[in-house]
Design a protein around this ligand. Structure first.
Ligand code: FAD
Ligand code: NAP
Ligand code: SF4
Length: 677
């Protein structure tokens, strides 16, 4: 077989002895919410089939519980339940029988969140209020039996294998770690005893499913817990899993309760692959690495460096189902790159909403949102080339419409051109690169430096006008708001104004947080340098103390300033940020000494600073600069004008709704409307 020119490792098959995987790209496990949704399985089948057509070598489903106690989501323990799964396995194998699809068995243990959840000992997770029931001997045996039954049902459903998750703070991992396993019997105490439960599950599963079924064990190669697993324990578990019958070891990094980010956009690409590489040297079976590997060149490099045999790209497959084919065909500039924002995927999973993707609203909505070719092309004007306008223009043009995209600015992107400048948000450049390429491919007539008016549009006689003119920052009505010390976040991010030593950031929404991060930043962005990232978050990749973090003090590079991040609401500052990333921003700013104050009323701004009342008590926050990040107002006047002139028009993105409007909502709304125009 001839080697691929650019990605010879990525596009080489992997021999597993009894079968082989056609390339080294795995779509890692992600819960979509469709597993539990009514009629979710046909949608799930369409979702996986689309990724199968996209060229991936192996896929792992979202976690499926072996029983009710493990109840994170759907359960598989009966032949009737296996029938639903057959839709998925058939859809994938119909695309290509060589593509492997494995089901993840996920027993959430103490994180199941129900009063009947179980654990080795009655110890709650740091992030759950529920005290799990400590298992007795019969209970332990039942959990093992249920895992084995689940694996058998997965085999019956036509899966090529299962992945058993032994990390993240779910049941199997809680047996491994002393702080969650305080048992005195053969399942607790020594490490040999603590390993017994996951090993027994692997041994029994292997015995039941025969030797031609893929069994993957997902190990916490760095659990990011103070006092977590030592490196020797990780290696020993890997070796014992190999003896117990595992086909592949997949590495995972973190427990959900850890306070170190491992997948957020601030994490450097492939930061953890080296840890898998060290484990790979110790065991004979293939290894999978993961976390922040979002482009094919990064994946290839991981393989070249010998860090893994298979590269897991999970969220990148939500962002672009065609990623693998595009890499194979040298169309990397067409890849819609996952920016690791978590906004439409993990944040949705953990708030009970159906999963999608900020940059690709079709993800997990393949049967609902389709960009079908139109019978008769319309002439469409899109005004504003921010996320809403770019999404609308590309979808409408992909469908065959003749689209002209106007923007008053000299570059496409709208507010994403501000976002990309925030340290830790460098991935936003990729979204702009992607849209630039899509606008070329679909031959959108892009007119930059062109502020367009209603009469211009009227004269041009478009069939439809999509107004995506975005927002104007709100200027709060406060005495002294025109004082020389007051600046807008736009000028601060663009570097158009001086920012003093003592700064009040007025408004603690996403932009207030980003501005605080930017002005407290010093040196290289941690997202671009693994060593800086490791220092900032107290990770020791070299010596790998317990959990990778035990006893390691963070070392923060920070600017020499005092920043006050302020809000009027009495709720904790940052509560409105993303469920799975908000905490990282709060920790990052707290580590930089940013003082976050809630419950304020702003009185006036003068030479002394910002006068406030704090819970009714007057106070002065003595600052040199006040940065206004007080939300935004819609720019909708153009829409009103074009409608008054009789145009058929739509209003999208921030221009439609400024409050709480983010790029996820903007792209989603624009894509649905453009799919129908
Ligand atoms: P905009 O991006 O505001 O684009 C509007 C465009 O219209 C502009 O380019 C403007 O020049 C053009 N325009 C206006 N009037 C005219 C006219 N008459 N003629 C021609 N052109 C015109 N969102 C997230 O989801 N996640 C994040 O992490 C995130 N981070 C952010 C960080 C920062 C620092 C900022 C500022 C924003 C961030 N956002 C984030 C918000 C996100 O960028 C916005 O929600 C999104 O840009 C709104 O898209 P839009 O297309 O509606 O408007
Ligand atoms: P935002 O999240 O709505 O926050 C605006 C802030 O301004 C609030 O903290 C609000 O708090 C304050 N405010 C509102 N009216 C005010 C007034 N009249 N005077 C003083 N303060 C006032 O908006 P944003 O920060 O501008 O962000 C815009 C959008 O971009 C949001 O949808 C946001 O989600 C998105 N974004 C997301 C991220 C991300 O990481 N996901 C990052 C950046 C931006 P009080 O009223 O309590 O003072
Ligand atoms: Fe990636 Fe964000 Fe899409 Fe999730 S929502 S897949 S993190 S781009």
């Amino acid at each position: 077989m001839t080697k691929h020119n650019k990605y010879p490792n990525l596009f080489s098959p992997l021999d597993l002895g009894f079968t082989s995987i056609k390339n080294r790209v795995l779509m890692g496990s992600m819960h979509t919410g469709l597993e539990e949704a009514e009629n979710g399985f046909p949608r799930l089948a369409a979702y996986f089939a689309e990724r199968a057509r996209g060229g991936v070598g192996m896929m792992i489903t979202g976690g499926i519980s072996p029983n009710m106690e493990g109840g994170f989501g759907a359960k598989l323990s009966t032949p009737e339940e296996a029938e639903d799964h057959k839709l998925v396995t058939k859809a994938v194998h119909d695309v290509d029988p060589d593509i492997k699809i494995c089901m993840q068995i996920l027993h959430a243990g103490p994180l199941a969140g129900t009063p009947s959840c179980v654990a080795p000992s009655a110890i709650p997770s740091r992030i759950s209020r529920i005290v799990p029931l400590g298992l007795d001997e019969a209970g332990v045996q039942k959990q093992i039996d249920d895992h084995v039954q689940c694996a058998k049902m997965a085999q019956l459903a036509g899966y090529d294998g299962v992945e058993i998750i032994g990390s993240a703070g779910y049941l199997l991992s809680t047996f491994l770690v002393e702080k969650t396993n305080q048992r005195k019997d053969k399942w607790g105490g020594s490490y040999e005893n603590r390993m017994r439960f996951p090993l027994e599950i692997m041994r029994r599963c292997r015995a039941e499913v025969g030797d031609k079924f893929i069994l993957i064990f997902r190990i916490a190669a760095m659990d990011m817990l103070q006092g977590g697993m030592s490196w020797d324990e990780v290696v020993l578990l890997g070796k014992e899993m190999e003896k117990a019958g595992a086909t592949i070891i997949s590495t995972h990094f973190t427990w959900h309760e850890s306070t170190v980010p491992t997948i957020a956009t601030m994490v450097p690409r492939a930061a953890f692959a080296g840890v898998t590489g060290r484990l790979r040297k110790e065991i004979k079976i293939p290894t999978i690495t993961s976390n922040r590997i979002n482009m094919p060149d990064v994946a290839e490099q991981v393989l070249v460096d010998g860090h893994a045999d298979i590269v897991s790209m999970a969220r990148p497959m939500l962002a672009d189902a065609e990623l693998v084919n595009k890499a194979f065909e040298g169309r990397e500039d067409e890849i819609n790159t996952c920016i690791a924002c978590n906004q439409a995927c993990l944040d949705h999973t953990f708030t009970g909403k159906s999963v999608s993707c900020l940059v690709n609203p079709r993800a997990a909505h393949e049967t609902l949102l389709n960009y079908t070719t139109v019978a008769k092309a319309k002439r469409i004007a899109v005004v504003g080339a921010g996320p809403a306008g770019m999404a609308y223009a590309t979808v409408a043009a992909e469908r065959g419409h003749k689209v002209t995209l106007y923007d008053g600015a000299s570059e496409i992107g709208g507010q994403f051109n501000l976002a990309k400048k925030v340290p830790g948000k460098e991935e936003f450049y990729e979204t702009l690169r992607y849209y630039k390429r899509m606008l070329e491919i679909y031959r959108v007539d892009v007119r930059l430096n062109t502020m367009v008016s209603a009469s211009d549009l009227h004269k041009a006689k478009y069939d439809h006008v999509a107004v995506a003119t975005g927002i104007t920052p709100r200027v709060p009505d406060i005495q002294g708001i025109d004082h020389a010390s007051v600046v807008s976040y736009i000028d601060v991010i663009r570097g158009n104004c001086e920012v003093g030593q003592r700064v009040a950031v007025m408004g603690a929404g996403g932009i207030g947080f980003d501005v605080s991060e930017l002005i407290m930043h010093s040196g290289v962005s941690a997202a671009l340098d693994k060593d800086v990232f490791a220092k900032e978050w107290g990770i020791d990749f070299e010596n790998h103390p317990r959990g990778g973090v035990t006893g390691v003090q963070p070392e923060i590079n920070k600017a020499d300033r005092q920043v006050y991040l302020l809000q009027r609401k009495s709720t904790p500052v940052g509560r409105g940020l993303g469920k799975t990333t908000g905490w990282t921003h709060r920790i990052s700013l707290a580590q930089r000494g940013v003082k976050m104050i809630n419950g304020l009323e702003y009185q006036k701004i003068d030479d002394k600073g910002l006068h406030v009342t704090n819970n009714g008590i007057p106070d002065i926050i003595e600052v040199d600069t006040v940065v206004v990040c007080a939300g935004q107002l819609s720019n909708r006047s153009l829409y009103d004008e074009v409608v008054a002139l009789g145009a058929d028009a739509s209003l999208i993105g921030g221009a439609f709704e400024a409050a709480e409007l983010d790029a996820k909502a903007a792209i989603n709304q624009a894509s649905y409307l453009a799919a129908e125009v």
